[in-house]
Design a protein around this ligand. Structure first.
Ligand SMILES: Nc1ncnc2c1ncn2[C@@H]1O[C@H](COP(=O)(O)OP(=O)(O)O)[C@@H](O)[C@H]1O
Ligand SMILES: [Mg+2]
Length: 269
């Protein structure tokens, strides 16, 4: 079964889009380098701010005709066809395909209220296309969306090494587990936590990392630590991946290590 990774956290600015885009590319590149027969990865942008869409496709003006919004509003019988027609090849790599977000997504949920099967309008067509991909990565908006979590199999939670951020972690994990149990989605699990924007010079960051590492529940979930690195902002500005922008940057190496960890978990899980 194709894994669907959702980068999720109800907070903004924690590195969801940075992580989703670079993990998606990283998975594709690592599979290709390992000689895998399929290294296609699909990146789905579910945030109306469309940051992941902008950096990976160079555009953020997708609309009612060519974006995730189009898929959500499509006739259910045609939704898979519509989804495949809305996909865009990323300029990052021909094996990275993107389902773009649109500013219209803000109104989608209210437009769909009361529509039969509304929360499944992403998961259903996606499940038909999933076998074509080695992995699917979903970038989410800074609030919980049932529609997104239902489409996912593996939640990855990026978190900044700040006290109040880490306090919120257990509630994020609790919500994901509630969705799994309440909606009977046995396949949905919390795959792990990624600490982002770690500044080695800040003592408080070390304390929090130490707390995570010794926490009875959270310690097993720590997937990786991404350092604070200005190359990340420069890469965004150039609409480039961190790997292409500067393969030697500390964040580049950390994301490569994270992807390696995610893929080795995949084999072992
Ligand atoms: N490792 C990092 N080092 C430095 N800046 C980062 C890093 N990760 C993300 N950023 C910056 O933080 C901001 C928020 O990141 P983003 O990925 O858009 O978060 P989110 O999607 O959670 O809102 C962006 O300006 C981005 O360039
Ligand atoms: Mg974002």
């Amino acid at each position: 079964m194709t894994r669907v990774y959702a980068l999720t956290n109800h907070k903004g600015g924690v590195g969801k889009s940075t992580s989703a885009t670079n993990i998606a590319l990283g998975i594709s590149a690592m599979l290709r380098n390992a000689g895998a027969s399929n290294s296609r990865v699909l990146l789905i942008d579910t945030d109306s701010q469309a940051h992941a869409t902008l950096v990976t496709t160079g555009q953020n003006n997708y609309d009612e005709n060519n974006s995730l919004y189009t898929v959500l509003m499509a006739d259910r019988q045609k939704a898979t066809q519509v989804l495949s027609e809305c996909l865009v090849q990323s300029h990052w790599d021909s094996n990275l395909h993107v389902l773009p977000a649109s500013h219209l997504l803000e109104q989608a949920e209210s437009e769909l209220q009361g529509t039969a099967g509304a929360p499944y309008r992403l998961a259903d067509p996606l499940s038909k296309l999933a076998p074509y991909y080695a992995a699917i990565v979903i970038d989410t908006r800074p609030s919980f969306s049932l529609m997104t979590e239902i489409a996912a199999t593996n939640a990855i939670i990026p978190v900044e090494p700040r006290y109040l951020e880490t306090v919120g972690l257990l509630s994020v994990i609790g919500k994901i587990n509630d969705i799994r149990d309440g909606w009977r989605f046995a396949n949905l699990c919390v795959r792990g936590i990624v600490v982002t924007k770690m500044d080695n010079r800040v003592r408080g960051h070390h304390y929090l990392l130490e707390e995570l590492n010794t926490h009875p529940q959270l310690n097993q979930l720590l997937l990786g630590v991404i350092p604070m690195n200005e190359a990340v902002s420069y890469a965004h500005r150039s609409h480039a991946s961190i790997f292409a922008y500067d393969p030697k940057a500390t964040a580049s190496k950390a994301y490569a290590q994270l992807v390696h960890h995610i893929l080795s978990q995949k084999r072992g899980a």
